[in-house]
Write a protein that binds this ligand. Structure first.
Ligand SMILES: Nc1ncnc2c1ncn2[C@@H]1O[C@H](COP(=O)(O)OP(=O)(O)OP(=O)(O)O)[C@@H](O)[C@H]1O
Length: 313
């Protein structure tokens, strides 16, 4: 668990982070969003003490970070940044094994761990272990960055715009992988992003910052439904908030059981977001879809009226 109590950071006269309090539970993914320069990266870097906070307290599992040895603290916390920070003259395997080597793990254990992580992140060792960073695509280099951050099995991962430089398709696939990893490994993650869709898709807790302060935090759906002010509303998508909310709600939450009517021709998966169902209705110019389970068996139907949250007909 990560806790910030009334934390402030000053650079000279400038207040970069202004009296923020935040609690990230174990296993939670917390996304920090806000306009450029609002203090997101500074907040992240105060947690692993790349930047020292000026006032307040930051605790990891109840212990103030100031009391940790800095090196040991950073080895306990994985850190992933947009530019990856890989060492260019080291192979992929050596880059991933960096922290376990610093921790003086036995060689065979490091080798096994590196191979395990490469498998986990879809980088077959036979193909990638001996490559150098310049021989990788942007997406592959980011995977290596994530593997390196996970190497010593840290409980906490700090990720600063980790997928910022990637094309939308690679980005989405890494977001899926991160979500799968999170479901399996239960890391506590603080994630900085400029991309609201990314934040909404990944976050358990969404934190909106503005000029060094936290203006609102909560579950993404809560912020979408009840933004505290116009700034939060517009950051979260303005008039598109309805679509973004539909992106967070599953078809199964609105569908009705199969009725006596004929099955609608177009089918949608029960696990799909309502947004996809709406898009299908618009595309096919229909107002009813058949809902199917994972085996493509019809289990219900979704009408446009139900989709928008109207009363069942
Ligand atoms: N080392 C530093 N020295 C002086 N000022 C700094 C330093 N690092 C950050 N700042 C200032 O602190 C404020 C917050 O910066 P920070 O990088 O945390 O913002 P951010 O929200 O991550 O921005 P962006 O989204 O553009 O990356 C900015 O005004 C920045 O100029």
């Amino acid at each position: 668990m990560i806790e910030l109590f009334d934390v402030t950071k000053r650079f000279g006269d400038e207040i970069a982070v202004n009296d923020i309090s935040l609690r990230v539970e174990k296993g939670e993914l917390c996304a920090l969003v806000g306009t450029s320069g609002c203090g997101k990266s500074t907040t992240l870097r105060m947690i692993n003490r790349l930047i020292e906070h000026s006032e307040g307290e930051i605790h990891l599992d109840g212990q103030p970070v100031r009391t940790f040895n800095e090196q040991l603290l950073r080895r306990r916390i994985g850190y992933v940044i947009q530019s990856t920070g890989l060492f260019p003259h080291w192979t992929v395997a050596r880059n991933i094994g960096l922290v376990p080597r610093l921790l003086k793990w036995p060689r065979t254990r490091i080798r096994e761990r590196v191979a395990e992580l490469m498998g986990l992140l879809g980088l077959p060792p036979a193909e990638f272990a001996a490559k150098y960073p310049h021989q990788l695509s942007g997406g592959q280099a980011q995977r290596v960055g994530v593997a390196r951050a996970l190497a010593a099995d840290p409980e906490i991962l700090l990720m600063d715009e980790p997928f910022g430089a990637l094309d939308p398709i690679t980005r989405e696939s890494l977001q899926h992988e991160l979500r799968d990893l999170q479901a399996r490994l239960h890391k506590t993650i603080v994630f900085v992003t400029h991309d609201m869709d990314e934040a909404l898709a990944l976050a358990d807790r969404l934190v909106v910052m503005h000029r060094g302060r936290i203006v609102q935090q909560g579950r993404p759906i809560e912020l979408l439904r009840e933004p505290v002010d116009n700034f939060v509303a517009s950051l979260l998508g303005g008039v598109e908030r309805g679509l973004k909310e539909a992106g967070l709600t599953r078809v199964s939450e609105r569908m009705l059981p199969l009725g006596p009517r004929l099955l609608a021709r177009e089918r949608v998966a029960q696990t799909a977001p309502l947004r996809d169902a709406l898009s299908m209705m618009l595309w096919h110019r229909v107002d009813r879809l058949t809902v199917v389970d994972d085996d493509d068996i019809p289990i219900g139907e979704l009408s446009l009226r139900r989709l928008v949250g109207g009363r069942p007909e």
